[in-house]
Design a protein around this ligand. Sequence first.
Ligand code: G3H
Ligand code: 13P
Ligand code: ZN
Length: 333
Amino acid sequence: MVNYKDLGLVNTREMFKRAVAGGYAIPAFNFNTMEQMQAIVMAAVETKSPVIMQVSKGARNYANGTILRNLAKGAVEYAKELGCEHPEIVLHLDHGDSFELCKECIDNGFSSVMIDGSSLPYEENIALAKKVVEYAHQFDVTVEAELGVLAGVEDEVSSAESHYTKPEEVIDFSTRTGCDSLAISIGTSHGAHKFTPEQCTLVNGVLVPPPLAFDILHEIEKKLPGFPIVLHGSSSVPMEEVNTINKYGGHLEAAIGIPEEQLREASKSAVCKINIDSDSRLAMTAAIRKHLAEHPGDFDPRQYLKPARENMKKMYIHKIVNVLGSDGKLAQC
Ligand code: G3H
Ligand code: 13P
Ligand code: ZN
């Protein structure tokens, strides 16, 4: 058993309380590689922001759970080395799909887990989330549960259609599960293709997607005042990165994300955790493609991973400062 406190990590409880009260959101960045971890830590330290480093089941399969845990431990030590005496770093399981997986992560240094029973019937979702909460809270690990279904791929669960969260269910769900935060569905979705061009409106040559369902978010806030709300699928899919990828040999068509102004607006509400993965993948791929196209003789991975790391760091800083507003929000520097 490895407790997250021994690794210098924190759970989400205090940072969410401050984020909801302060009208900002904590970034939750997925990572699979050392370069992503380094870029996340550099960005969080430079901006003095708390940060959630999250690991999906796919990331664990790719990189190995033990290695990822030690990267997270390294992240805390690296943040201190970079001059941040009191970093607030959460190691979070993203889209846990079973009690067993959540338990394994809790027993191995995670400070927060998500149990995603959103594709299950309502009562089964409650029973599963409650079981995870009862186990996690014995070790002061916080739990995110989900109500409502996002369109697209949720790790290995895929859904053609989204089903918005029903505000009339949120009190019952959060009370009976005892979860610490609630992921909701209000129009975001996973991946780099969140909307078809047909769903968008053309404004000044730019495809603008339909707005998020802020009415549902506000109804949920009224039912659960001050309760931490989570938004998944919140990459914005910057055109600049998509264009770079396509210019240097990639082929990404109709890649459309969530406009950043809408995420800024959501951050001011009870939304206190915003999940971003695809934008990091795009930033990394764009930089690598550009570098290799411009330096065809390079074959040392450090030559193209360095600009990739720089590009991701720039993107993370931009999200923290200009979109989520979590800069300068460490309890102690
Ligand atoms: O929600 C999905 C995340 O972007 C993780 O994706 O399962 O491919 O690691 P992944
Ligand atoms: P994006 O695919 O929009 O980055 O969403 C990531 C996510 O929700 C991880 O859980
Ligand atoms: Zn997600």
